[in-house]
Design a protein around this ligand. Structure first.
Ligand code: ADP
Length: 255
């Protein structure tokens, strides 16, 4: 379990997360859902050590909040939502994921090249290895960034809106890849805007609203709790299909 206890984090003059407690299971895909501005990205940034935070985040008993950045990066990989496009090749970007493991002089070892290649093959972008990032499509670049996070080879993988830029086939493929990572035992945490995808692909969900965690449970429990309806101010409904539940939404405001 990744045990988050009484976590508070935010920005100067804007204390976004207020005393959040959550238990995130290993070997599972957990989706953080919540309306715009509810604190989802802030939560991931706090877990990745990018924002200062108070409280406790324990990974199998190890306190992560006090680990030096380089050590933390051996446990937690984070793909932020907004990324720059450096003037380098796809392979060199993915190699950056190996940074926490390099010692002086910072030269990549055989193992680092192998991990980068494996991560790129997993994401189906090995054929793009020599291409400059700027020459890739948004979707190709997105997969290269995800490969960088995978090359970091950490037990916890945090992806903020990983489906951005991906068409529906690639979104579904990415969900399969997230599930495959979970099946390897990793703790996969996704921020997703697509609630039907979240309800249909997640093992576990947490609903954030205004910096607080309203609910945590399985997708079924989350749907039945009504917290998604309250947080998003919509009606979440579902129909049974041969492929399982399919969810749909109506904008009727619930007061
Ligand atoms: P979400 O990911 O749920 O959309 P965020 O965590 O990005 O929400 O944002 C939560 C709150 O923090 C919002 O009110 C947002 O305006 C604010 N915020 C986000 N980034 C910054 C920043 N760099 N500086 C100040 N406030 C920020």
């Amino acid at each position: 379990m990744l045990e988050i206890r009484n976590l508070s984090a935010g920005y100067p003059g804007n204390p976004v997360l207020n005393d959040i407690s959550l238990s995130i299971p290993h070997g599972a895909v957990t989706v953080i859902a919540g309306p715009n501005g509810s604190g989802k990205s802030t939560l991931l940034k706090a877990l990745a050590g990018i924002l200062p935070a108070t409280g406790s985040v324990r990974l199998d008993g190890l306190e992560l909040l006090t680990l030096p950045a380089r050590e933390l990066a051996k446990h937690v990989a984070f793909l932020p939502q907004n990324r720059t496009v450096p003037e380098i090749t796809a392979k060199n970007l993915v190699l950056h994921g190996r940074f926490p493991y390099l010692s002086y002089p910072r030269r990549y070892r055989q193992e680092d090249h192998e991990k980068a290649e494996a991560a790129m093959k997993k994401m189906g972008v090995w054929d793009l290895a020599g291409r400059k990032l700027a020459t890739l499509s948004g979707g190709q670049r997105q997969k290269v960034y995800i490969a960088m996070a995978l090359a970091q080879d950490t037990p916890v993988v945090l992806l903020d809106e990983p489906n951005t830029f991906l068409d529906i086939a690639h979104q579904l493929q990415l969900m399969d890849q997230a599930r495959a990572l979970a099946a390897e035992g990793k703790t996969v945490v996704l921020v997703l805007h697509d609630l039907s995808m979240a309800l249909e692909c997640a093992d576990s969900m947490a609903v954030l609203s205004q910096g607080a965690c309203l609910f945590q449970g399985s997708p079924e429990e989350t749907f039945l709790s009504g917290h998604l309806d309250r947080a998003f101010q919509v009606q979440v409904q579902r129909v049974q299909t041969p492929d399982g539940w399919k969810h749909y939404f109506s904008g009727k405001t619930i007061l």
